[in-house]
Design a binder for this molecule. Structure first.
Ligand SMILES: Cc1cc2nc3c(=O)[nH]c(=O)nc-3n(C[C@H](O)[C@H](O)[C@H](O)COP(=O)(O)OP(=O)(O)OC[C@H]3O[C@@H](n4cnc5c(N)ncnc54)[C@H](O)[C@@H]3O)c2cc1C
Length: 401
């Protein structure tokens, strides 16, 4: 078994293929259970870990870089019925993470009185927030499974097994590594390095308002003109808004202190007064006065550059006699307009858990099970990343692609 020390060595790995020798069992017929390492403790990672624990796997570890992720907050996320069903199966009551029961999106195009240009459609799911969903998941992860402040920096194969290297010099081996480490994934950099992120030419400016407009009862989408989209939805304690506006990489860097790919999330402390003033001015120009006032009065600001990536071609790689997989944003971060980020990650976690259950409980060949998992989920991931630029172009957002 070759020892692979550098990420570049791993990069030479071929993704899992049907030519891989069959029956690479990580679950011995008798004896100890396989070790599953989950990298990332936000949404996809905890869903996967909880499904594996529910399946009776005992050696599951979640490694999360952030030492205090519980203190982090995030805004509105949409969950389609497939994702809600996975959470049902984890016995997480929906009312714990869906606080506003609406199922509609109301859209306003153009300028002028809102009444005549409102269109409403049904969304096939419900809305939550990152904060609510993460909290519901994290509360169910046993303390001995969740390891915080553990940043992975590399992976090697030793004695036939994947070995994770922590930034602090520690190491941990596993039989299967599931990278759920988000859009700047170290797993993707190691396993699939030819797919860097590209700045799409516009920014999602975000605000958490502590007041809620009286007429805000569902997810509202305002599209007054090309190059401007404003979304707002009720959340506990107020309203969450996202204002999509074009910006060059130079503007982004000036506003948020680092280039888009380097600062994939700009938190409150990175939002400069200039960024704030620009957003306020755009709100005053394009939004009805009550919404412009709401934006202006929102103290809690954040931002994220919209980033694109080439569609994935693989999801699982053999590492020694073990495996490593990419899921969720680590596999393919979609643009927010697709509303598929959390859904894709949860569906992929559910599918991977199903593949592992067949292997552990029924002796299914693991290579075959992982290839089946890839076949079922890859096309959706590809489709989602392709949709992003199409929707963006329709809205006049971003650079043509
Ligand atoms: C605090 C927070 C707030 C968010 N708010 C929103 C929001 O308001 N709207 C929205 O659309 N999306 C939001 N997201 C992103 C959203 O969760 C994802 O787009 C999507 O749901 C897929 O989730 P994920 O678990 O695959 O990836 P992510 O949610 O991005 O999670 C990746 C996790 O991996 C961890 N990680 C990264 N690198 C390493 C490493 N080397 N070693 C160990 N751990 C690592 C990160 O700290 C993070 O917790 C937020 C994410 C976070 C972390």
């Amino acid at each position: 078994m070759g020892l692979m020390h550098q990420p570049t060595d791993l990069a030479a790995k071929q993704e899992l293929s049907p030519d891989h020798p069959p029956s690479a069992a990580i679950a011995p017929a008798t004896g100890s259970q396989p070790h599953i390492a989950v990298v990332g403790g936000s949404l996809t990672g905890p869903v996967l870990a909880l499904l594996l624990l529910q399946a009776g796997l005992e050696n599951v570890a979640v490694y999360e870089a952030n030492p205090d992720l519980a203190a982090a907050t995030g805004g509105v996320l949409s969950l389609e019925h497939t994702a809600l069903d996975v959470l049902d199966r984890l016995d997480i009551p929906q009312h714990e993470y869906v606080k506003e029961g609406f199922e509609t999106i109301t859209q306003f195009r153009g300028y002028g009185p809102a009444g005549g240009r409102r269109r409403q459609r049904t969304y096939p799911g419900r809305f939550t927030t990152w904060t609510l969903l993460h909290r519901a998941l994290a509360a169910r992860l046993p303390a001995e499974v969740a390891h915080h402040g553990r940043r992975i920096s590399a992976m090697t194969a030793e004695a036939g097994r994947p070995v994770l290297h922590f930034k602090d010099g520690d190491r941990a081996s596993a039989d299967l590594v599931a990278f759920c480490d988000g859009r700047s994934s170290v797993g993707r950099r190691l396993l699939d390095p030819a797919r860097p992120l590209h700045y799409a030419g516009y920014v999602a400016h975000r605000g958490t308002a502590t007041v809620r407009p009286a007429d805000l009862h569902d997810f509202q989408r305002w599209e007054p003109c090309p190059g401007v989209q404003f979304n707002i939805a009720p959340v506990p304690g107020g309203a969450d808004w996202i204002f999509f506006l074009n910006a060059t990489a130079v503007q982004y860097t000036a506003w948020f202190g680092a280039p888009p790919r380097q600062r994939a999330f700009a938190t409150a402390q990175h939002v400069s007064p200039a960024a704030r003033a620009y957003v306020d001015q755009q709100a005053a120009t394009h939004l009805p006065a009550p919404l412009a006032d709401l934006v202006h009065s929102t103290a809690g600001r954040a931002a994220a550059p919209v980033l694109d990536i080439a569609p994935p071609t693989g999801m699982a790689w053999p590492i020694g006699d073990g495996y490593a997989c990419l899921l969720g944003d680590a596999l393919a971060p979609p643009r927010a307009h697709t509303a598929r980020g959390a859904v894709n990650g949860i569906e992929q976690a559910d599918g991977l858990a199903a593949a592992l259950r067949q292997h552990i409980h029924h002796g299914a060949d693991l290579t075959g099970a992982l290839l089946g998992w890839r076949r079922r989920h890859l096309l959706t991931a590809v489709d989602t990343v392709r949709q992003g630029p199409v929707i963006g172009a329709r809205l006049g957002l971003g650079t043509a692609s």
